[in-house]
Design a protein around this ligand. Structure first.
Ligand SMILES: [Ca+2]
Ligand SMILES: [Ca+2]
Length: 290
């Protein structure tokens, strides 16, 4: 491994990537700055976020625990709008986290992927942990099921401090999509806080031998809570053509457990070609068999 590092670094310089060990970088887009992305005291995560001169969105957010053990990789790769951690093994699962900042909206996308390279299935609990900067004045101002309580029914919730049009930003936490896997447990109590000062969501995943499964999350920050409420509705009907999914491969999208995306409509000609192709393949198979 020690021999590989210089080669990786040379490649990184040539290709315009930068690799980091136990440090942190910023991701900027859509008017938001997601800062201190990388190694935190709670493992790999996001230190804070700012928008329009309003900071203190997080006191460390978007950190993960696999069966209770903090995800704490040794390094990460920074490239454009994306920061990707190195792989760390937790509960015999090759685990990796990728952050992506949208350029048009103040949206951070978080993807955690767990791969089972073993010979038997693994049942695991993956926890998302975020401490918000609003501390003891934290309130849940909206959630997808319409009330101000955070439950496993909530696909998203918005937290804020007592000042809904100023102060710390309004924080939208998108936990899962319609039809996707819901968390088994949620709480507003997280690390470094006594009361309701954060967002925790635990997911139970069954990962078959040779399989990769992912959990996908979105966060948004706004100065005005009303803007956060309006923007959150995008996550009620996310399709594969929506900007927040930009850059994800078909394989990555297919492995996401906590969302079910509306398929992108294909032009009629493509459908007809596809039907003809399927028919032809069916005929070919039949004639091969007979
Ligand atoms: Ca806090
Ligand atoms: Ca506020």
């Amino acid at each position: 491994m020690k021999m590989k590092k210089p080669v990786t670094m040379v490649l990184a310089i040539i290709m315009g990537f930068s690799t980091h060990a136990a440090m942190a970088s910023d991701l900027i887009g859509g008017g938001a700055s997601w800062s201190g992305v990388g190694s935190t005291g709670q493992g790999f995560g996001v230190g804070d976020a700012q928008i329009g001169g309003h900071g203190d969105a997080f006191d460390t957010g978007l950190t993960f625990r696999v069966d209770g053990v903090s995800f704490n990789p040794t390094s990460y790769l920074s490239s454009g709008q994306t920061i990707t951690s190195s792989v760390a093994t937790l509960s015999n699962l090759q685990t990796q986290v990728q952050f992506y900042a949208d350029t048009a909206t103040p949206t951070l996308r978080t993807l955690i992927t767990l791969t089972n390279n073993g010979n038997a299935g693994i049942f695991t609990k993956v926890g998302l942990w975020t401490n918000v900067g609003s501390d003891e004045s934290t309130q849940t101002i909206a959630s997808s099921d319409g009330d101000s309580a955070f439950s496993t029914q909530d696909r998203w919730l918005i937290t804020d401090d007592s000042s809904v049009n100023s102060g710390d930003p309004a924080n939208t936490h998108v936990i899962y999509g319609m039809g996707g896997l819901a968390p088994s447990f949620v709480s507003n109590t997280v690390f470094s806080s006594a009361g309701s000062q954060g967002v925790r969501a635990d997911f139970l995943l069954n990962i078959a031998a040779g399989q990769s499964r992912s959990l996908l999350f979105f966060n948004q920050i706004f100065v005005q809570a009303g803007d956060a409420r309006t923007a959150a509705t995008v996550f009620d009907h996310l399709s594969e053509s929506n900007a927040p999914l930009a850059g994800l491969s078909a394989e990555q999208i297919a492995g996401v457990a906590n969302w079910r995306f509306a398929p992108v409509p294909l032009p009629a000609a493509v459908w007809m070609f596809g039907t003809a192709l399927a028919g032809w393949l069916g005929l070919a198979r039949k004639s091969y068999r007979s």
